[in-house]
Write a protein that binds this ligand. Structure first.
Ligand SMILES: Cc1cc2nc3c(=O)[nH]c(=O)nc-3n(C[C@H](O)[C@H](O)[C@H](O)COP(=O)(O)OP(=O)(O)OC[C@H]3O[C@@H](n4cnc5c(N)ncnc54)[C@H](O)[C@@H]3O)c2cc1C
Length: 382
């Protein structure tokens, strides 16, 4: 490969921004590289804060692009519709074709297959916020799903709007390894949040309790879906290999087998084999995956062998509202260690972890080498 190498990153979430920054900021020993980040957002979205936006405790989860994006990354505010791996070209909604030598696929998750309210992306959280703001005292709210997002949303909403009647509904109640902790159940109980075993119809919000003989009841005044998010269909639409959920299949080096010019990172990707067994969709793993995808792009550009990913976890954490939280320390394989922080120390720990995510991106954005950006049509960052 000679001349300037064009690296395109599709998706500007935690994984994509990390990948774009890392490639742009690491200049040693590689050929000249041009990095373009394709993402439709006017700002970077801190998705892990979106439950707070919906609950009304925070106005926005947006961060100005220049805060998190390396100045050498050209940001293209657009959406990819197709990726042609053989031709090395992506079709963008507004700008048409965009050629690439390497592409990092990082389109994340957040396409709930339900018309119910959700907190999956900035627009959905804003819609949920407006709907919740219209609710009067005593109105009922169903939070569908008792995983971390559902419990965070219910807790923060109960703090912000104690006059609402909030029920978290899930088939097995608080059965998630993190939200199933006794400290979490106590916190929800103190906040007046009811946890119910049952199912929520994703089309209508009708709740069917699991209690024998109980009848389905009509939807609450507001129902917010948090029970799993689908991934964009871009990989499938592009004829790239996907798993049953539409996630791009990549090997342990995060490359698409047979199309090594395409790498993937974050929620939209499934790592095949042992390296990926413990990886769950999370910001906690999207960041190191983005960094690893970038390292392997750089490795291939310098003729080095790409390395398999070896990422693990440190902690799982929950925001339980009003500065309280729960931080469960875990082993690298995501299994629980016998230590946790709850209450205010847990809330403090959770906040530090949230801040660390943006701080890591901002730190990568400031990494600098002696490389000078080649002349050409620039899309301004921001
Ligand atoms: C309320 C909430 C709380 C959460 N809390 C935690 C937590 O405490 N800890 C944790 O680890 N995880 C948490 N998560 C999960 C975490 O947010 C995701 O796992 C993480 O955002 C995944 O990062 P990503 O980079 O893969 O994708 P995303 O952050 O989803 O970013 C993907 C980007 O790609 C863009 N995109 C999509 N399609 C296209 C396209 N066709 N063309 C161009 N761009 C496209 C999107 O607009 C988006 O900007 C939470 C999620 C939510 C919703």
């Amino acid at each position: 490969m000679s001349g300037t190498v064009h690296v395109v990153v599709v998706g500007g979430g935690y994984a994509g921004v990390m990948a774009a920054n890392r490639v742009a900021g690491s200049t040693a020993g590689r050929p000249p590289v041009e990095v373009t980040l394709v993402d439709p957002g006017a700002q970077f979205t801190e998705r892990i804060r979106l439950h707070r936006v919906a609950a009304g405790s925070r106005d926005s989860a947006g961060v100005a692009w220049p805060t998190v994006l390396h100045p050498r990354v050209r940001r293209l505010p657009d959406r990819a519709l197709r990726i042609d791996a053989d031709r090395g070209s992506a079709t963008l909604q507004d700008s048409g074709p965009l050629g690439f030598d390497r592409l990092v696929y990082a389109v994340g998750s957040g396409e709930p297959s339900t018309p119910l309210l959700s907190v999956t992306d900035a627009a959905a959280a804003a819609r949920a916020r407006r709907a919740i703001a219209r609710l009067g005292p005593g109105a009922t709210v169903t939070v569908a799903g008792a995983g971390p997002t559902g419990v965070e949303l219910a807790s923060v909403l109960a703090v912000e709007r104690p006059e609402l009647r909030i029920t978290v509904v899930a088939p097995s109640g608080l059965a998630h390894p993190l939200t199933g902790k006794a400290a979490v159940a106590r916190r929800l109980s103190r906040l007046g949040v009811v946890v119910e075993r049952g199912s929520v119809d994703p089309a209508t919000g009708t709740v069917t309790p699991r209690t024998p003989g109980a009848h389905p009841r009509p939807p609450a005044a507001a129902t917010i879906w948090t029970a799993g998010f689908a991934v964009p269909s871009l990989a499938a639409d592009s004829g790239l290999p996907v798993d049953g959920g539409g996630r791009l299949l990549v090997d342990a080096t995060l490359a698409v087998p047979g199309h090594e010019c395409i790498l993937g990172a974050g929620d939209a990707v499934s790592v095949t084999g042992a390296a990926g067994l413990h990886l769950r969709a999370s910001c906690a793993i999207a960041l190191p995956m983005g960094a690893h995808a970038a390292d392997n792009v750089l490795a291939r550009l310098t003729g080095a062998a790409p390395s398999p990913i070896d990422a693990g976890y440190l902690a799982q954490c929950l925001d339980l509202g009003a500065g309280r939280g729960h931080v469960q320390f875990v082993r690298a394989d995501d299994t629980a260690r016998p230590w946790a922080l709850s209450g205010r120390p847990g809330g403090w720990g959770k906040e530090q972890i949230c801040r660390m995510t943006v701080a890591w991106l901002a730190g990568e954005a400031r990494r600098s080498g002696s490389y000078t950006w080649p002349a050409g049509p620039a899309v301004p960052v921001g």
